[in-house]
Design a protein around this ligand. Structure first.
Ligand code: KIV
Length: 271
């Protein structure tokens, strides 16, 4: 299917699991990359709160605000005509109360053309998921290494390694599905657990560092393009080295300007 043919919907994404068609998702934070990824045919584009790190330079995702995410969503939405668009709900925009979650998720849907929101957490979030879904706001869940819990985890380590924790995550996954979530991100959990959760659920699982048995995969775009240099998680496959390309282009331009080789006559205007 060409990327211009059809705007994907939540039922389309669920249908991909039924047809055993893998779901390809990436993140975007601006018009330019969103538009390029949409033209590449991606199924889902997530406006991730990872933007706090890879766009804004913070050390965690916690500083992302509602105003920030709406700004990023508006830019991304202008570039996308095919992919399903999902927005991360920022830290503390949905945890304080269900009313807060409704107001903030509703604000994202009213002020942008985002199709769904993503929230982190398991069983403790089911009342919120249920309420959002009941008023027509599709919700993607997120389990495993949930970055908004980084202060509690202490490090970005693999989750669900013990039998007890794995069991808890499986129960969380079931609870989120029962509450109405249409898909679930599984981040940094063992292959066997991701396989078990994916086989148990009717809704698609989208893995990041969760092995090959998830129904789809997601990566943070600046990681897979080799643009983000602060650290490289083991689960990232780098499909380009844009950091080197940008540095090389920047340095060539600098030399051309310093040595008066730019602009040339054909790049200038006569009277
Ligand atoms: O914020 C983000 O980019 C995410 C992905 C890692 C799934 O939540």
């Amino acid at each position: 299917m060409s990327s211009e043919e059809k705007k994907l919907t939540v039922p389309d994404i669920i249908g991909m699991k039924t047809r055993k068609e893998k779901i390809a998702a990436l993140t975007a934070y601006d018009f330019l990359f969103a538009s390029l990824l949409d033209q590449a045919g991606l199924d889902i584009i997530l406006v991730g709160d990872s933007g706090a790190m890879v766009f804004a330079g913070y050390n965690t995702t916690l500083p992302m605000t509602m105003d920030n995410i709406i700004y990023h969503c508006q830019a991304v939405c202008r570039g996308v005509s095919h992919a399903l668009l999902v927005a991360d709900m920022p830290f503390l925009s949905y945890q304080v109360s269900t009313e807060d979650a409704v107001r903030n998720a509703g604000k994202i849907l009213k002020e942008t053309t985002i199709d769904a929101v993503k929230i982190e957490g398991g069983e403790e979030m089911t009342a919120t998921v249920n309420r959002l879904v009941s008023i027509g706001i599709p919700v993607m869940g997120h389990l495993g290494l949930t970055p908004q819990h980084i202060k509690q985890f202490g490090s970005y380590t693999v989750q669900g390694r013990s039998a007890e924790h794995a069991n808890r995550l499986l129960n969380d996954a079931r609870a989120l599905q029962d509450a109405g979530a249409f898909a679930l991100v599984l981040e940094k959990i063992p292959i066997s657990l991701a396989k078990q959760i994916s086989e148990h659920l009717k809704i698609p699982t989208i893995g990041i560092g969760a092995g090959p048995f998830c129904d789809g995969q997601i990566l943070v775009t600046p990681d897979m393009l080799g643009l983000f240099e602060k650290f490289k998680p083991k689960f990232v496959r780098q499909y380009a080295n844009l950091a080197e390309a940008v540095k090389k282009a920047g340095s060539q331009y600098l030399h051309d300007v310093k040595e008066n080789r730019f602009p040339a006559a054909e790049e200038s205007f006569e009277n």
